[in-house]
Design a protein. Sequence first.
Length: 372
Amino acid sequence: SAAEKGGYDYFMLKEIAEQPKAVADTLLGRIDASGSLTLDELRLPDSELREIDKVVIVACGTAYHAGMIAKYAIEHWTRMPCETELASEFRYRDPILDTRTLVIAVSQSGETMDTLMALRHAREQGAKVLAICNTNGSTIPRESDAVLYTHAGPEVAVASTKAFLTQLVACYLVALYLGQVRGTKWGDEVGAVIRELSEIGTQVEEVLTTMEPVRELARGLAGKNTVLFLGRHVGFPVALEGALKLKELAYMHAEGFAAGELKHGPIALIEDDVPVVVVVPSPRGRSVLHDKIVSNIQEIRARGARTIVIAERGDEAVRPYADHLIEVPHTPTLLQPLVATVPLQVFACELATARGNEVDQPRNLAKSVTVE
Ligand code: G6P
């Protein structure tokens, strides 16, 4: 009913709007007054966490994209190797796991069969399993050694939005906590990032107030057949998530690429007026990364692409090459997915509406897939 949707036309719109609160709720009570993380609820003692020598993340769909981003954060802040794998592929390749492996299963519903089978396989090999989950008492957390709940609240729309942002927050918390417990050369950075993370809800809110041009742009592209998405570093999984949302909701051909991979094939797809969304990292962060992607934008634009650029407010270097510029607030490089994903959700939702599709219940999809 309309009341359930809180006055919005679709649950998805309501859930997009709820993201600042979902993010804040997921941080609540997990950062103490001194600015350190307290994740006692994990039930994995610090002594055990110090024994871990490898992290493996398993998940499906949107949760897999959160896991891909987590890999960058975990390797950076803990200096431990981390791999992220599609849960449906994981156990069939005889993965190397032992008692010093931490497997993280990310799942909104906690009932995804592929993810459940992957975690069962990991536990059989003696690995410790930590669930990042949005549904209290669901199967995945019940079968895990430890759980960190996301506090997104119930997500009704099939296409995941607020659950994704809270999965990212939970992944950052785990990465930072492992860094804190194990002590790494990034020790100071951990404290500073915790502070920035604790304020990120405000930035998500700010993005939400600037989405009208994105909706207008989406409506103008309703007749297109293809949209491409490019990103580097954590912007690459954001590009994949943008493409997934468009497939799910708008039933359009959409693909995400690592921008550096363009020249190895995808650039052949660039033709006149094809929309290409590019996720640009902060120029204040790793500037090499930023400069590389600016040249990628120039390359595709020279070949006729219509460039839709998501960049940090004040990033003047991208402006001359952006046919459409979507500005997001400054965040540390690793946290940018929390703000950069939001315009892509709005974009996909508006395109679906413009194409007359059912936003909350896309064809052929289920909210939770309980078969392998
Ligand atoms: C389904 C949903 C996706 C979701 C995926 C994983 O395919 O349609 O939106 O990302 O399952 O779900 P989970 O509940 O494990 O996060």
